[in-house]
Write a protein that binds this ligand. Structure first.
Ligand SMILES: *[C@@H]1O[C@H](CO)[C@@H](O)[C@H](O)[C@H]1NC(C)=O
Ligand SMILES: *[C@@H]1O[C@H](CO)[C@@H](O)[C@H](O)[C@H]1NC(C)=O
Ligand SMILES: *[C@@H]1O[C@H](CO)[C@@H](O)[C@H](O)[C@H]1NC(C)=O
Length: 409
């Protein structure tokens, strides 16, 4: 039996170390939650807006020009929201503004509640694993309320480690992450600053199976046009079938909808001009595409590939206005008062594999695809840079987003 599968995994992590000044500002967090439905939907729509703002900042970094981009908006928002639980004063305001929780109706308690729903919704699923963990220096005692909120709303696993033994503690974190990502990311942490007192991380792992798999027998060697003058070899998968597509004339972009055998989907966007698409793309576009796409027969070509990305996000987050947490101004007194706490590093790693999957796939007998046809069947060939989004169709919760400029690295 044929299978088409995709495996993605991703991490983002936040490290606090002992630098910066202690601040003792008043807590601004509300404890009561009211009007919660509305607030939860404000939070989830803020998460969507954040995904695209974050993408544009990431893509604009000089280090990542002309490179593949792939990350999980969901994982980054969860990690930063969990951090905001311990932030106060201006540090907290910056995190909230940066995450797009700018409506005065949205309080920390609403954010916590929204993430609890988002995370709890996935605990019973086999295809998605998403969660957080916090590693705490053994003699450091954070406020119990901080750890309680992480545990209850962010479903955090908690551990005590000895960061002065930096190799051992890095190992402990790496093992945890490797376990949560089925062994795929086995070295999130290269080395840890011995002055680390807490390490907070979020992970997401998703394995989707195409609703209609590709036939491996139709996968061919082909070329992918990284640029006009730069071609690289790829394995190109092929299928002729009915597909939902949308041509967005305003931005000259073809959109292909490939559903998984669940309520999740991959959207692949093939623009005439990548910059036009990258500048324009927004949650409203995704809503429009999902709503207006039409099913018709297409001959599609999608490369089979595996990519891996690794980001240090300090600059991106700083440019998005989340500056204070990295320096002496940091106010993380919600984690513990009277300590010089600041964030030293925010890192994010992700991988994406797209294929027809496994040995069993090779034994498949065809899906009755004919290559010779006198009818005109439109071809949609992803043989030049394209964007991809993995989203839930009803909530449009954006699990992953990226740009493939070279499927070969
Ligand atoms: C959680 O799942 C329920 C039922 O599947 C769905 O109606 C709801 O929108 C989901 N909530 C979130 C926040 O994803
Ligand atoms: C879309 O393509 C048409 C035809 O090539 C061109 O005239 C138009 O300027 C393009 N629009 C955008 C937004 O790039
Ligand atoms: C999707 O396919 C996978 C792999 O065959 C299978 O394990 C899973 O149960 C399927 N899910 C649904 C909702 O059919």
């Amino acid at each position: 039996m044929m299978r088409a599968a995709q495996v993605f995994w991703i991490l983002s992590a936040v490290v606090y170390v002992g630098t910066g000044h202690p601040h003792k500002r008043q807590a601004e967090q509300d404890t009561a939650v009211d009007g919660s439905d509305n607030s939860v939907s404000l939070v989830t729509s803020a998460n969507k807006e954040f995904a695209f703002r974050f993408y544009r900042k990431l893509a604009a970094q000089s280090d990542y020009q002309g490179k593949n981009i792939f990350y999980s908006p969901s994982s980054v928002s969860v990690a930063l929201a969990a951090l905001s639980v311990g932030a106060r004063g201006e540090t907290h305001r910056q995190l909230f503004r940066g995450l797009g929780f700018s409506s005065p109706q949205v309080t920390q308690a609403h954010v916590d509640q929204a993430f609890r729903m988002i995370l709890a919704n996935k605990t019973s699923r086999e295809d998605i694993k998403e969660g957080t963990a916090v590693f705490v220096q053994n003699l450091f005692k954070p406020h119990p309320e901080f750890l309680d909120v992480l545990k209850e709303s962010y479903l955090a696993d908690g551990f005590t480690v000895d960061f002065t033994q930096s190799a051992d503690s890095a190992n402990t974190i790496n093992k945890y992450v490797a376990d949560k990502t089925n062994g795929k990311i086995d070295k999130l942490v290269e080395s840890l600053d011995p002055s680390t007192i807490m390490y907070l991380l979020s992970y997401i792992y998703y394995k989707g199976t195409w609703a209609t798999p590709f036939n491996p027998k139709l996968t061919r060697d082909d070329m992918f046009n990284v640029e006009e003058t730069n071609q690289v070899p790829v394995k190109m998968m092929n299928m002729e079938d009915d597909f939902d597509t949308y041509y967005d004339q305003a931005i000259n972009t073809s959109v292909l909808h490939l559903p998984f055998n669940s309520s999740y989907s991959m959207l692949l966007m093939l623009p005439d001009d990548m910059a036009t698409l990258e500048d324009a793309i927004s949650p409203a576009h995704v809503t429009k595409w999902l709503k207006w796409m039409k099913s018709r027969r297409h001959d599609i070509y999608v490369p089979k590939f595996s990519i891996k990305t690794s980001y240090k996000l300090n600059n991106v987050l700083t440019e998005m206005g989340m500056t204070d947490m990295f320096g002496p101004q940091a106010d993380l007194s919600g984690i513990k008062e009277g300590q010089r706490l600041a964030v030293s590093e925010v890192v994010h790693q992700a991988t994406l594999d797209v294929d027809e999957s496994g040995a069993t796939a090779a034994a498949a007998t065809g899906i009755g695809i004919t290559l010779l046809s006198f009818r005109h069947i439109p071809v949609l060939k992803f043989d030049r840079p394209f964007m991809v989004i993995i989203t839930e169709r009803n909530t449009e919760n954006m699990l992953f987003m990226g740009k493939i400029v070279n499927p070969n690295i």
